[in-house]
Write a protein that binds this ligand. Structure first.
Ligand SMILES: NC(=O)c1ccc[n+]([C@@H]2O[C@H](COP(=O)([O-])OP(=O)(O)OC[C@H]3O[C@@H](n4cnc5c(N)ncnc54)[C@H](OP(=O)(O)O)[C@@H]3O)[C@@H](O)[C@H]2O)c1
Length: 324
């Protein structure tokens, strides 16, 4: 495992990290979560991603218990939370100073930690001035409750605004963004954010590297039942997978699978190495509902060296979706 600086910060984050969206609570309880996090940690993963919204807080409760059971030193791992979808009441959502503070305290309690390493604004909030959000995050940093703050799925324009406000008012700017990045979702990382990488050296913790499992190839001929798309709250994924919009994606996965057979690299590892090859990716957040999946995904590091320009070109020819 290698460790990358998170953007221009001094924080070293493992190139592969682990997140609990969908899996913790809906698929894994404390015991299995502890086992899977143990393997991740022992194989060098030092960043565990979470959010107040995941299973309505249950995911953070499970991760907190798992960390306690593992008995790992607080200074040896990084844990995150994200604020935006806390509850139904008007004060429990969005990026107001109040909700940012309440959600931070609640996440620390659920995760059983004294501070959060990374704290993300899970989405932009058009109903809160960016200045209010920047000030709230800066205050939490000054209070020692969070180390770094960042955004998730914000526009380049809004992130630039956050930098501008921080500079003008002497507040702490964001350090990282958490965008979706995989073979089918490339525009933010490969196009929109380029000025931010250039000027601000923004770090990225990218999500859904396997497009929720589509890029494993397991949906090519069938729809296996024990997967996330069959969970009730995630029916939207099943609907998307079965929609006309996805016909082209399924065809690309079939071609990528043929390429995988030809070059002797499993498709999951091709998809994950492809993300790792982007120099603007600080860490690829893995998801896994089974230990074998996590182990296979971590094996991607063994294939990185064989990932040459020729192979990247072959992949590009199949994808044919490079942002211009
Ligand atoms: N900021 C945001 O808005 C946001 C949004 C989404 C996710 N995230 C973060 O990013 C993390 C990763 O996202 P993700 O879980 O969507 O990642 P992903 O890699 O796209 O999907 C992971 C899922 O794919 C399946 N899978 C993984 N490895 C496999 C393998 N080797 N063989 C077969 N199936 C495999 C498993 O689902 P099955 O149970 O279906 O087999 C697994 O849970 C999340 O946990 C979360 O921390 C952030």
């Amino acid at each position: 495992m290698e460790y990358n600086r998170l953007g221009k910060t001094g924080l070293k984050v493992s190139q592969l990290s682990f997140g609990s969206w969908v899996t913790f609570s809906f698929q894994l309880g404390v015991s299995d979560a502890t086992k899977i996090m143990k393997i991740a940690y022992e194989r060098g993963v030092n960043f565990f991603d979470n959010a107040e919204a995941y299973a309505s807080g249950e995911s953070e409760l499970i991760m907190g218990e798992a960390i306690k059971k593992l008995g790992i030193n607080r200074d040896s791992y990084i844990v995150s939370s994200k604020v935006f979808w806390g509850g139904e009441k008007p004060t429990q959502r969005g990026l107001s100073h109040k909700h940012i503070v309440d959600a931070c305290h609640a996440a620390m309690k659920r995760l059983q930690v004294d501070y959060l390493d990374l704290y993300f604004c899970h989405r932009p909030d058009p109903e809160t001035p960016i200045e209010e959000t920047v000030r709230a995050m800066h205050t939490l940093i000054m209070q020692g409750k969070i180390c770094y703050w960042g955004t998730s799925e914000w526009s380049c324009h809004d992130i630039q605004e956050a930098y501008k406000i921080s500079k003008e008012l002497g507040l702490t700017p964001p350090s990282m963004e958490q965008p979706e990045y995989n073979m089918f979702n490339r525009s933010k990382l490969e196009k929109e954010y380029l000025p931010l990488f250039e000027k601000e050296k923004l770090g990225t913790t990218i999500w859904s590297p396997l497009a929720s499992g589509l890029l494993t190839g397991k949906y090519i001929d069938s729809s296996p039942k024990d997967t996330r798309i069959h969970l009730k709250p995630y029916k939207f994924l099943k609907d998307a997978f079965e929609s006309d919009e996805f016909i082209e994606r399924h065809e690309k996965v079939r071609l990528l699978n043929e390429l995988s057979n030809n070059v002797g690299i499993p498709l999951v590892n091709i998809a994950l190495c492809w993300c790792l090859k982007n120099k603007h990716v600080s860490t690829v957040i893995l998801g896994a509902s089974k230990i074998e999946q996590l182990e296979q995904n971590l094996n991607s590091l063994d294939y990185l060296e064989s990932f040459d320009i020729e192979l990247m070109d072959k992949i590009e020819n199949i994808l044919n979706n490079k942002p211009v």
